[in-house]
Design a protein around this ligand. Structure first.
Ligand SMILES: [Zn+2]
Length: 837
């Protein structure tokens, strides 16, 4: 018997040993020394597959989705044999630590042990596609964990995402591989160091996935969060790269920290940083900590995990899309890919080491994080448009945040609309979100009216409060508002034969419904004035689909019914064109919506982020066709094929030369419509034939400016007086203008910069700032001074056409839900020339 055990042990032991020995190194597998070539995404995945096949008892490779360009998204679960066998139990135990009922005093679980002994570490590589050393490092990290660092895996599950953004990575790598010289050129002027527009950083729709964690507008994020929230790791690292002259950056992060970040999270960041420093010091490598990358905006790969209880960290290697395989930097150093990936591998392993050493503490502190009985605001109540509430519910579900219906009809507390104490009457569709729930810290981050700023110098926007972003009324209450489970939605009635059907117009759901009808060749009208029919008042913008207009559509009623059901769009039947209160349905004030042909400029000069936001908006949200025209081709473009031309944020100095400007004006005068967003307005402000003008800063500080005695060391901080880095303002709205149909007379706008334009003397000021006051976020005092009486959205007519100005970008990162209808209105309703091309 003893002999048998011995034989088994030997067999088993030697089997394991052989398996580990059989793992090919990345260099052996790829056929080149790692770091001497960039590996394409499929090669990286092939390496992970091969390792998982070699040691299936230690590596489980799972696909969690696909990108827009159909590349696979993968996670490798790496641990000891015993842990891999128990993977599902480990995951479930960890979730118990998040969701279990807690005793309010200790924050510990009732009647259960406070922790397990397994640390869960999630390593995310290459979220920015052209920061390409990290995916190479993911392969070497996997190899080292399974060969040199087996001990760490005894109490650690390491989850490796080798490429968060494969579309962006391959855009960079394919471009680099086809451009580079052999072996490579270290001269930074060489084309291999200068990526063409739009570069490999963003995903297919040119979104920055490292700004998308909370808003989850992109498929990569949506699919990742589904797994992330099933696992809830204790440590998350996002691997990045910065400029070629920077050394390495790692935790601890810079101020401002969001106030919900716990002392333990701060402290452990420092411990991890010191562990990395030990390895960097031993090699004499340079690094810096505690500067530049802060922890405030919740949509990053470091903040989101942090606000979900983990140690969320960003590591930045010098390199980036410029570096290629090797480049000579300003310090006379040839920075190579080998060096870059070695650093990332070192911090990756060092992170796992620290997690393994502190596994128990990580678990117990992680559990405490989810006790949220001490929040100042106990409940957030939101009320308003049902479509908007539903959109918000989708977002909350993405993060497993719970919500209910309030039981009372009136709630009081901080009123978001006035910025003061007040009360709000709520109806049956209202929603209450309590902060005393496992994800309560994230609730606070997302809902509280004003984020506390320990420092105004931050890397990103300072305001994002959801009620403002979604255009909902809200109250933040310091006492818990009573609530019960959500009522189910009523199903829609089937439509009967009628003279016509009317739809409300105040949400993106209505806009999508219109887009679908137009694509299906329905004739749809919209009203420029409110009217009453069947005792019901229909507001400006309401859509009217009459039987008479749509005789060309076969089985019109059943088709309309199907589209309405599909969009969950309630329609009101009307039985006559004679309205109780005018206009009648045949009135000139009720106009046909033109099936607009929309084009957009892309390429050099345009902001790829802004272009991507609009591209994604048309294809993935509105579902309406959009023709993209490269700015290089603009002088040869026949604009007469389009009704609308969108100019994303950008700099059009080269594109809109004298000839092209004349061409644009001629087209607009003949009935075309230009929608200019953000920086695109600079092309028209102060130019001949335009009413649009910049509003310069006041001259009050001129004396000081001429002899600026601000000390060198204080200049950066001083300059924040001129800054607005994403703050929320309350704009006045002329909702009788078609661009504002569906809005009321206030709109909370997210202002991203301090550029300001005067109100239009000769045009329509659709949304504007009056007595400017910041509702949420940071705005420097000088920047603030010049915002009074400035334009947010406006229309200027030229001949038969229009220039539409959007000073604030309504599609910024696609999360400011309440701005989107302005753009749809601008496309379909403003200066509506109902002619077919
Ligand atoms: Zn990055």
């Amino acid at each position: 018997m003893q002999k048998l055990v011995l034989v088994l042990l030997v067999l088993f032991g030697s089997f394991s040993l052989t398996s580990a020995q059989n793992i090919k190194s990345p260099s052996d597998f790829l056929g080149y020394e790692i770091g001497t070539q960039f590996s394409r995404h499929h090669q990286v995945i092939d390496y992970f597959k091969s390792v998982a096949n070699t040691v299936p008892n230690q590596v489980k490779l799972e696909t969690y989705g696909k990108t827009n360009e159909r590349r696979g998204l993968y996670l490798a679960f790496v641990s000891s044999e015993a842990n891999i066998e128990n993977l599902e139990t480990i995951r479930e135990n960890n979730l118990k630590n998040v969701y279990a009922e807690r005793s309010q005093s200790t924050g510990l679980l009732d009647g259960e042990p406070s922790s397990t002994d397994i640390a869960i570490v999630w390593l995310s590589y290459n979220v920015h596609g052209n920061e390409a050393s990290s995916t190479e490092a993911s392969m070497l990290t996997l190899y080292k964990l399974l060969t040199e660092q087996q001990d760490l895996l005894k109490n650690t599950v390491v989850i490796i995402d080798p490429s968060v953004n494969p579309d962006g990575r391959d855009r960079y790598v394919n471009w680099y591989n086809e451009t580079k010289s052999t072996a490579y050129d270290i001269d930074r002027q060489a084309s291999e160091h200068n990526e063409p527009w739009p570069g490999g950083r963003p995903n297919h729709y040119l979104f920055d996935l490292n700004r998308d964690w909370v808003w989850a507008t992109q498929v990569e994020t949506q699919q990742r969060l589904a797994v992330y929230n099933k696992w809830m790791p204790h440590v998350h690292v996002d691997f990045h790269e910065q400029g070629i002259n920077e050394p390495y950056y790692f935790a601890p992060a810079a101020e401002p920290f969001h106030e919900i970040i716990t002392d333990w999270q701060r402290d452990f960041q420092t411990q991890i940083g010191k562990n990395h420093a030990k390895y960097f010091d031993a090699e004499g490598w340079l690094f810096f900590t505690r500067e530049r990358f802060d922890l405030l905006y919740p949509s990053y790969g470091d903040t989101y995990p942090t606000f979900m209880g983990a140690m969320g960290m960003t590591y930045e290697q010098g390199g980036h899309g410029m570096a290629g395989l090797g480049i000579l930097n300003d310090e006379g150093h040839v920075l190579t890919l080998v060096e870059r990936l070695t650093h990332h591998t070192t911090t990756g392993i060092s992170t796992v080491e620290m997690a393994s050493k502190n596994a128990q503490k990580l678990n117990s502190e992680f559990g405490k994080f989810f006790n949220n009985s001490n929040s100042n605001y106990k409940s957030y109540v939101v009320n308003g448009n049902e479509d908007k509430l539903n959109r918000l519910k989708v977002l909350l579900n993405t993060h497993n945040i719970r919500f209910e219906n309030p039981t009372s009809t009136k709630v009081s507390g901080f009123d978001y609309a006035t910025g003061q104490q007040g009360s709000l009457s709520v109806d049956g569709s209202a929603m209450v979100v309590h902060s005393d729930q496992p994800k309560g810290k994230m609730v606070k981050v997302l809902f509280e009216p004003n984020t506390m700023l320990s420092d105004s110098l931050t890397y990103d926007i300072t305001a994002w409060s959801l009620p403002y972003a979604y255009g909902l009324d809200a109250i933040a209450s310091t006492s818990k508002v009573s609530s019960n489970k959500l009522a189910k939605r009523k199903s829609l009635q089937t439509l009967n034969d009628a003279y016509g059907y009317v739809s409300k117009w105040n949400s993106m759901e209505d806009a999508k419904f219109l887009a679908e009808l137009l694509k299906e060749d329905f004739k749809v009208r919209f009203t420029e004035k409110p009217f009453t029919s069947k005792d019901k008042k229909f507001e400006r913008g309401s859509l009217i689909i009459t039987k008479g207009d749509n005789k060309h559509i076969e089985k019109m009623l059943s088709k309309l019914n199907a589209i309405a059901q599909d969009h969950a769009q309630p329609l009101t039947e009307i039985y006559s064109g004679f309205s109780q209160n005018t206009p009648d349905i045949g009135s000139p004030d009720i106009k046909l919506v033109n099936k607009q042909k929309v084009a957009i400029l892309s390429g050099n000069g345009t902001s790829s982020l802004s272009y991507g936001e609009i591209w994604h908006f048309f294809e993935q949200q509105l579902h309406y066709p959009l023709t993209s025209i490269n700015t290089d081709d603009f002088s040869n473009t026949n604009l007469d094929k389009y009704n609308v031309l969108i100019l994303p944020n950008g700099y059009y100095g080269d594109v809109l030369n004298d000839d092209n400007m004349t061409k644009l004006k001629t087209w607009v005068s003949a009935g075309g419509k230009v929608i200019a967003i953000d920086g695109a307005l600079r092309s028209f402000a102060g130019k001949e034939g335009f009413n649009l003008n910049f509003k310069p800063s006041e001259d009050v500080d001129n004396v000081e400016k001429n002899k600026n005695l601000t000390a060198y060391a204080d200049r950066e901080r001083e300059s924040s007086n001129d800054l607005i880095t994403g703050a929320i303002f309350n704009a006045k709205v002329d909702h009788t203008h078609p661009m504002a149909f569906g809005y009321d007379d206030n709109y909370f706008t997210l202002k991203l910069g301090s550029s300001a334009y005067r109100l239009l003397d000769n045009g329509y000021n659709v949304a504007y700032l009056k007595d400017t006051e910041v509702y949420s976020g940071f705005a420097g005092k000088k920047a603030l001074q010049k915002l009074d009486d400035t334009l947010i959205f406006g229309e200027e007519r030229m001949g038969n056409g229009s220039f539409i100005y959007m000073v604030d970008n309504p599609l910024f990162r696609s999360f400011w839900e309440n701005g989107k209808l302005f753009l749809v209105n601008a496309i379909f309703f403003v200066n509506n020339n109902a002619y077919e091309l």
